[in-house]
Write a protein that binds this ligand. Sequence first.
Ligand code: HEC
Length: 102
Amino acid sequence: MLAAAQCFAAEGNPDLGKQVYEKWCSACHAPGDAYPGTLALRAKYKGALPEALEQRSDLTPDMVKYFVRNGVTIMPFFRKTEISDVELNAIADYLTKQGTKQ
Ligand code: HEC
């Protein structure tokens, strides 16, 4: 148990990830009809994948980091002064760790 907890802590910080995600991402990616990111991903995947990012199980840390630093369509890219590398790692961690969400 202790080893698992240490390993978990060393890998990242999903609590920080959730906070940063809620600050910068959920305005577009929360579940529901009012969120442009969610609607765009609904149209893109047509039900093949969950439309809300927090429900996805296929995201990789590299994919999350790529989109956050580069943006896509109406999604802006985020500078390191807005989302630091530590915070981005935490978001990537949060979105790719199943079982620790919600
Ligand atoms: C202004 C709204 C907006 C904000 C803010 C936003 N996104 Fe997005 N995001 C989008 C849209 C729209 C798309 C889909 C673009 C498309 O049609 O491919 C998208 C796509 C993505 C994708 C690609 C998913 C896929 O399967 O193609 C990832 C990953 C992502 N966003 C992560 C994030 C994260 C993490 C944040 C917060 C740091 C964030 N987004 C903030 C609007 C937003």
